[in-house]
Every structure is written in structure tokens, then in C-alpha cells.
Design a protein around this ligand. Structure first.
Ligand code: SF4
Ligand code: SF4
Length: 60
């Protein structure tokens, strides 16, 4: 089971993770990224690589 940690102190709500994730795991709510679809995660780590703030951590 994968765990996705978003550091809300670092997250600017830029939406890059929403645009990057191929399966719609993230949503922006109140200017922060929120995981809404964890079960769909492919563990591709694209979000982790693309987040400009390094706010996302994928933990297997
Ligand atoms: S890419 Fe990073 S900074 Fe931008 S919304 Fe997603 S978690 Fe926040
Ligand atoms: S690891 Fe891939 S599938 Fe999982 S949330 Fe990030 S971009 Fe989406």
C-alpha cells in the first residue's frame, strides 16, 4: 500500500501535481493539494519529481 505525504507548509497550491498525475490522485482544495484518489496511484513518482516545492513524498 502506498502512502502519499504532502507537506502543507511547503505546498503553494500551484497545481503541478494535479496536472502531472495520470490518474487524478490530487485535487486543489483551499489552495493546497489534497489526495482524493489514493487507490488509483501507480507509484510512478512523477508528482514527487515535478513538485517545484519538493512537498510530495511517495512512501511504499
Ligand atoms: S505540485 Fe507541489 S506545491 Fe504544487 S500543488 Fe502539488 S504539492 Fe503543492
Ligand atoms: S506517483 Fe504517479 S500515480 Fe501516484 S500520485 Fe504521483 S503522479 Fe499520481
Amino acid at each position: 500500500m502506498v502512502e502519499i505525504k504532502i507537506d502543507l507548509e511547503k505546498c503553494t497550491g500551484c497545481g503541478t501535481c494535479v496536472d502531472t498525475c495520470p490518474v487524478g490522485v490530487f485535487e486543489i482544495q483551499n489552495e493546497k493539494s489534497v489526495v482524493v484518489n489514493l487507490d488509483e496511484c501507480l507509484i510512478c513518482r512523477a508528482c514527487e519529481a515535478q513538485c517545484p516545492e519538493n512537498a510530495i513524498e511517495i512512501i511504499e
